[in-house]
Design a protein around this ligand. Structure first.
Ligand code: SF4
Length: 321
């Protein structure tokens, strides 16, 4: 068996920053540190932090008055910030700056009187947060046929935005349908699907051509990981999204094929290494590292942690066992 190890894969700059923020908050302020929703959509990361004393909540009502709360990489709506203020909760905002960029675009278009079509997945934490910036001015579409069903008067100024972790191809199909129906629709100067999502998809698109099977490390609720597996399947490959080596079914392999291994933006490198070790032991797999694009993106810690004297640990090292 030959493993093609895709690069870039795994943690992006936003996930690194969010994980390092939570680690630092726990070390500086002690536990519990509350986290609104999962810090990132990865089972292994969430369980590791739960063991360290993080408490993940889905509502602000679960956070005691005056406690410390961290907002996850996916961002929150203004309503959630308001609820926190009302309970005198101390907050650290670990929203990825590329998600914040989409929030700011939503605010800007709404102020200018636009109706905003957000392309995204209903119920995703990021979509809920972004829609919350201008709830009366935003409409959500998930598919090209949703575009056909939009009821918008002809003279309405329109703009579109997208969730950061969409499939580039799916988003382009929906944008094409929007442009066909609404030729004057405005869009932000720089596209919203983030660099990490695009680069991981590009690597799978190129490298899956050489593989019979594609293994994507990531959790089922991770949007960008799901998109990687879908992309591989669209190229006619068998693709599996797994949290770790324990989820691998040997029936997926003949034992002598080429397997592309990659990881979504929220999956730690440790789970990639475990899978490689499994395939090495069972099938004598050899590894060929394939770099499709270099990534050198880095986000500073949230304002609330930046001025405090605390050593920033590299996120992947926190899961190195
Ligand atoms: S996937 Fe993109 S938008 Fe999401 S946290 Fe990473 S860099 Fe930010």
């Amino acid at each position: 068996m030959k493993i093609l190890l895709a690069s870039p894969r795994g943690f992006c700059a936003g996930v690194n920053m969010a994980i390092e923020s939570l680690d630092l908050a726990i070390r500086l302020f002690g536990t519990p540190v509350y986290v609104y929703h999962e810090i990132v959509h990865n089972k292994y990361v969430v369980e590791t932090f739960r063991d360290k004393g993080a408490v993940f909540v889905d509502t602000i009502a679960e956070v005691p008055h005056g406690a410390l709360l961290l907002y996850s990489a996916h961002g929150v709506s203004p309503e959630i910030r308001e609820q926190s203020r009302a309970r005198m909760i101390r907050t650290i905002d670990a929203t990825c700056p590329l998600v914040t960029k989409v929030h700011l675009e939503a605010i800007r278009y709404a102020k200018l009187g636009y109706t905003i079509v957000l392309i995204g997945h209903e119920g995703h934490d990021e979509v809920i947060g972004t829609m919350g910036e201008a709830p009366h001015a935003m409409l959500l579409v998930e598919t090209p046929s949703d575009v056909d069903g939009l009821q918008i008067p002809d003279d309405t100024p329109l703009a579109y935005l997208t969730q950061t972790t969409l499939s580039v191809d799916d988003a382009n199909r929906i944008i094409a349908r929007l442009r066909a129906r609404f030729p004057n629709i405005a869009n932000p100067p720089k596209e919203d699907i983030c660099y990490a999502t695009q680069n991981r998809q590009e690597a799978v698109r190129l490298l899956s051509q050489e593989a019979a099977v594609v293994l994507v490390l990531g959790s089922q609720n991770s949007s960008n990981s799901q998109r990687l597996a879908e992309l591989a399947r669209e190229s006619g490959k068998r693709a599996y999204l797994v949290d770790g080596a324990r989820d691998i079914d040997p029936a997926w392999f003949e034992g002598d094929e080429t397997v592309l291994v990659t990881a979504g933006a929220s999956a730690p490198e440790l789970v990639v290494e475990d899978c490689i070790e499994f395939l090495r032991k069972r099938y004598g797999a050899t590894v060929e590292a394939r770099v499709v694009r270099d990534e050198e993106v880095f986000f500073p810690l949230p304002r609330e942690l930046r001025d405090i004297d605390g050593h920033r640990n590299e996120a992947n090292e926190l899961f190195a066992g």
